[in-house]
Design a protein around this ligand. Structure first.
Ligand SMILES: Nc1ncnc2c1ncn2[C@@H]1O[C@H](COP(=O)(O)OP(=O)(O)O)[C@@H](O)[C@H]1O
Ligand SMILES: [Mg+2]
Length: 206
């Protein structure tokens, strides 16, 4: 069993969208996947209201639930933690239990400082237990200056980024709104990038 957490206290960085789509991709490949919603606004829990997802969704009431995932959800192949919208004790708990921390970041330069706080917590906790970490560029638009600023900011942290980015696409917005993933749409570019990203993730931790 592997635990992956999508963490960035900045709301709108694409945590929930990435969680849903990577989890759907793993589940479509026959993996048993549990998603843990740690956001007090329960966006993922609400998204799953029709319960048609190919993975199970659990709601963490507090950081105690997060500390328990290895025990409580040990029957799953993958446990994916969707991070909270603020830098909280949940972030520390998720770092403690995870095999891989993914920090989604958008090319908006003003948004990067929130991601930096995750790096700080990671470095502080690395003393107890080093954990693999990667940035994930989300909502990517082909705007060269913004992308190079983002890549410089990432490089300054010393943490690598995934080669695959998630592009800004209407199919992500629409499918999540409808309680689905991009695998329920005809957007092959979106499906392709999620498949390649999921392969990168699995190769890193398996
Ligand atoms: N790749 C994407 N393309 C287009 N819109 C996106 C993408 N990822 C996220 N969004 C939109 O951005 C907003 C925030 O995304 P969300 O995944 O909820 O972020 P977070 O969980 O970090 O707050 C939502 O309206 C979502 O539909
Ligand atoms: Mg969210």
């Amino acid at each position: 069993m592997k635990v992956i957490a999508f963490l960035n206290p900045k709301g709108g960085s694409g945590k929930t969208t990435a969680t849903i789509n990577v989890s759907a991709c793993l589940a479509n490949a026959g993996k048993r996947v549990a998603v843990v919603d740690t956001d007090p606004q329960m966006s993922l829990t609400n998204w799953n209201s029709t319960e048609k997802a190919a993975f199970d969704v659990f709601t963490a009431a507090s950081e105690k639930d997060v500390y328990q995932v290895r025990k409580d959800l040990g029957d799953y192949d993958f446990v994916i933690i969707d991070g909270a919208g603020s830098l909280s004790v949940i972030t520390s708990a998720a770092i403690m239990v995870s095999d891989l921390i993914i920090i989604p970041v958008t090319p908006s330069p003003l948004d990067f400082s929130a991601a930096g706080t995750v790096v700080t917590v990671l470095e502080a906790q690395a003393y107890n237990r080093p954990v693999e970490a990667r940035f994930l560029i989300t909502r990517k638009i082909e705007q060269a200056t913004m992308l190079s600023v983002l890549k410089d900011s990432i490089a300054n942290t010393g943490i690598k980024a995934f080669k695959t980015a998630i592009a800004q696409r209407q199919s992500y917005v629409k499918s999540v709104f409808e309680g689905n993933s991009v695998f329920d749409t005809t957007d092959n570019a979106a499906k392709g990038e999620i498949q390649i990203l999921t392969r990168e993730i699995v190769d890193l931790i398996e």
